[in-house]
Design a protein around this ligand. Sequence first.
Ligand SMILES: [Fe+2]
Length: 488
Amino acid sequence: MKFIYFPAALCSVLIIDLAIDTTGGLPNQLAHLYYIPVVLSALLLRPRLSIVIALLAGVAVSPVLDPARTALGIGAYYDSPEPWNLGASGWIVRPLAFVAISLLAGRLLRERTAKAAAETRGASRGEELGLLGRIDKMILSGSSEEDAIRELTRLVREFTPGHSAGVLIADRKRKTFHIIDTDSVAPELVDLVQQGLPIDEGVAGWAFLHGRTATSRNVFVDARYEKMAEVARRAGYTAAAAVPITLDDVTLGVLVVTYRGEHDFGPEEVATLERIAGQAAIAISNAKQRESLRRLSHETAIVLAEAIESRDPYTGDHCSRLSRFASLTATALELSPTEIETMRLGAALHDVGKIVVPDHILKKLDKLTPDEYAIIKQHCYSGGQICKRVSFLEAVYPIVYHHHERFDGRGYPDGLAGHSIPLGARIVAVADAYDAMTSDRTYRKAMAQEQAEAILRDGAGSQWDPDIVDTFLSAVASPAPERLAAVT
Ligand SMILES: [Fe+2]
């Protein structure tokens, strides 16, 4: 569109000149019209071209063209001794005025444009700093890898002015990208995303393979797009940019931003996306490290629990079964992922305090004496003390310490009743009893599931929390297949 401005300005000067010549020549009020192309050229054209227009207007109001005018029979430039009422030098003053106005208008415009651009840059830099600050907070918040990626996707989508934005995570084995935040995927794209997006296609593939930012003004004429062109068509975008999310030379995935129409990604926009991708890499890597440390800690704790449990000849896989039961119940109660994980760990470690119980008491088949029973009861306190001394086990302390409380308040160690007993301890109490009843013992065979369920229902409200018994039986005794799959 801009290419027509200069020819249009030239035509305007010629038309005004023609209008003046055909209405009697100068001096003529129509000459004031020259200010229009002169000022507009200064505003719309590059400085050199606007000076050309101002000079042409100046020539048009000077006697330079008189011979041509005379030859055409139009008449001389002016016949007044005071051209344009500016005195004899008016023909010089007027062209100079045109050039001066052109220079002044051009300068004012450039200053104003530069100021507006600086303000825009300042505002967008402020927004960017705000976004980076929010990513920093997320890094410190200790969220899981999945939550970190989901939050990143949300923040980037909120920040970028484009059509959409997201984080693609690379699956090197399957050679595909997958999207963590599938809820944000348009319904028409779900089947393509579920198959996995090709890891070697489009700007995302290029950025991942080369470890550098890739942009495409129009993906439909971009040789890097084959299958991804279908994704772009269905998603409704034309331009796309992808920045690798890399930490310690390992590319974890790519940050992708798309636009509906064609779009040129400028250096500032690319630099901003790269800064965000740098923070995203730290957030994802931190979440991965935390997850790996957490898994290692939990595995160590469970190995310890199993080692202690192995002293007790009848228990078998008691720890892992209880962990699974507690997880199923916690999931049915719609507890948070962190709470479910605490339940798994607490259930596995609930009898860790038995380490202080001597073998001759722990393995005794005859009835325990009151003193021996008192020593057995000590395992809640001892287990609680172990958990208190290990920082990552602090959350499971209430489960381990209170798992022998009764709903009617007649349990131990503190005789708590009802909902004053921590929820995790109420769950483990039910799961522990159920597993004990449905497992073989040296002194008796396992009870039938129906019989164990009847005993739990009978003790609901006295020994156990009735709501937990209900939830436990529906979640564990006849769990939905998808729930079982989720915890195995
Ligand atoms: Fe116990």
